[in-house]
Ligand binder design. Structure first.
Ligand SMILES: Nc1ncnc2c1ncn2[C@@H]1O[C@H](COP(=O)(O)OP(=O)(O)OP(=O)(O)O)[C@@H](O)[C@H]1O
Ligand SMILES: [Mg+2]
Length: 276
């Protein structure tokens, strides 16, 4: 089981003091227990990715504290946090190095948190380890260790990204709409893998999705963000009582408007993730 996460009154304003000022995070306080699998939903611009960027250290916060596994990481640079945090993005082009082979990418993941020696020799024992891990994806990648990652399909790359983000157990796993760019079949595959890896390793996980069916089906807890704040926090039991319609109504209540043209409705009608 991996570490817990504690956010205390975390705030972030982009372009402060200008006419473009945007309060993306407003005093966000949040506690995620070790091993908890939390789903995060919210409409476009709600602050979900900003929250992840703040946790991962991609953006500095203006105020507040971020504590991971008992360690205050608020002032840590991103690369130092990367040793503790695994991350998979929406864009399959991120998270893996396209010009490197599958084996070399796995070596990078394996060396995470240690001094990286890129293109250092990868021994037979290490290759066997990678093959074994890749086989769990059931995509046949274990037989293609020398294949350049840039030639893989989006679904294959996302599955590999997920494996790499969790190969050395992270203290925290951040998934930002990591299946949104995939076709429904590949999205389901990557979600199944996500569930398997998160449960087996009991990873503390925060996953963003726009798919209400996935939000209800997956995870132990459901958070909804709106305008930089967490406006809904449902336990697994509360979630189990809810239907997609209830969630959409909850959205309507917090937004005080209906969602004509909203991609949430779109994804629900389509029964799959929206196109990016
Ligand atoms: N680097 C940045 N510079 C300026 N403004 C930003 C930056 N990143 C995010 N924002 C703004 O902060 C707000 C929150 O954006 P964020 O990307 O966190 O939303 P989100 O909930 O992830 O939305 P989506 O569902 O569309 O991905 C938006 O108004 C966005 O324009
Ligand atoms: Mg986002």
């Amino acid at each position: 089981m991996t570490g817990g996460l504690w956010l205390e009154r975390v705030s972030k304003t982009f372009h402060p003091g200008t006419s473009n000022a945007r309060r993306a995070l407003k005093d966000v306080t949040l506690s995620i227990a070790p091993g908890e699998f939390v789903i995060l939903i919210g409409s476009n611009g709600a602050g979900k990715s900003t929250l992840m960027n703040a946790i991962a250290g991609r953006i500095p916060v203006d105020r507040g504290r971020i504590v991971l596994d008992g360690v205050d990481i608020t002032r840590w640079p991103e690369h130092r946090r990367a040793a503790l945090i695994g991350r998979v993005f929406q864009d399959p082009m991120m998270g893996t190095a396209p010009s490197l082979s599958i084996a070399e990418n796995m070596a990078l993941a394996y060396r995470r948190g240690r001094r990286r020696v890129l293109r250092s020799f990868i021994g037979a024992k290490e290759r066997a380890l990678y093959r074994e891990a890749l086989a769990t994806l059931e995509l046949g990648l274990e037989a293609r260790l020398e294949t350049k990652v840039g030639t893989l399909s989006g679904g294959e790359r996302q599955a590999l990204s997920l494996l790499m983000a969790t190969f050395v157990e992270p203290k925290l796993l951040l998934l930002d709409e990591h299946t949104a760019a995939l076709d429904p079949k590949r999205a389901e595959l990557v979600l199944r893998l996500t569930e398997k890896i998160v449960r087996e390793k009991r990873l503390t996980t925060l996953m963003i999705t726009h798919n209400m069916a996935h939000a209800l089906r997956m995870g132990d807890r459901l958070l909804m963000m709106h305008a930089g704040e967490i406006v809904l926090d449902l336990s697994a039991e509360e979630k189990a009582q809810m239907e997609i319609d209830d969630l959409l109504r909850a959205f309507e209540r917090v937004r005080g408007e209906t969602f004509v043209d909203d991609r949430l409705v779109f994804s629900q009608l389509e029964g799959k993730d929206h196109a990016p």
